[in-house]
Design a protein around this ligand. Structure first.
Ligand code: FES
Ligand code: FES
Length: 160
């Protein structure tokens, strides 16, 4: 029996996806919708590089089946800003040059978005806690922490 398409709302656009219900959201985003901001890392929900926002919360798209996404608001990195007009968090990562290979950055930025939405002025310890399950194999943690503090406006206030 043919299954009916699953309707996804991604970055404000509606897509009817004809795929098995258990298909990971990440596969659909990258392979069907050409949204390559979210990256494939572990595929097991452990590294965070595939992170997207679902109803504003950070979610690991590699382990979320599309059947659980119908009717929910999905935002990917592409939904934040553009090359010409980056989102404030993206701009903060640029300003701090918070990348080496860059592979983890999608997850770092999307998790930061979710954090700042509920805690606009986190302490450094709160940032570290929020990002503790986003892995960066390059060891860019110090710059990433500064970028998050910059995005929250707290570096500017400190005159840094
Ligand atoms: S690829 Fe999804 S958590 Fe690693
Ligand atoms: S910058 Fe390379 S994994 Fe983080």
């Amino acid at each position: 029996m043919t299954q009916s398409p699953i309707r996804l709302t991604v970055n404000g656009r509606i897509h009817d996806i004809a795929a098995a219900r258990e298909t990971p959201l990440l596969y659909v985003l990258r392979n069907d919708l050409a949204l390559n901001g979210p990256k494939y890392g572990c595929g097991l929900g452990e590294c965070g590089t595939c992170t997207v926002l679902i109803d504003g919360a950070a979610a690991r798209a590699c382990v979320v089946p599309i059947s659980g996404c119908a009717g929910r608001d999905i935002v990917t990195l592409e939904g934040l800003g553009t090359r010409e007009e980056p989102d404030a968090v993206q701009q903060a990562f640029i300003d701090e040059q918070a990348a080496q290979c860059g592979y983890c950055l999608n997850g770092m930025i999307m998790t930061t978005k979710a954090l700042l939405a509920i805690n606009p002025r986190p302490t450094e310890q709160e940032v570290i806690a929020a990002l503790r399950y986003n892995l960066c194999r390059c060891g860019t943690h110090v710059e990433i922490l500064r970028a998050v503090m910059r995005a929250s406006g707290q570096l500017a206030e400190a005159g840094d």
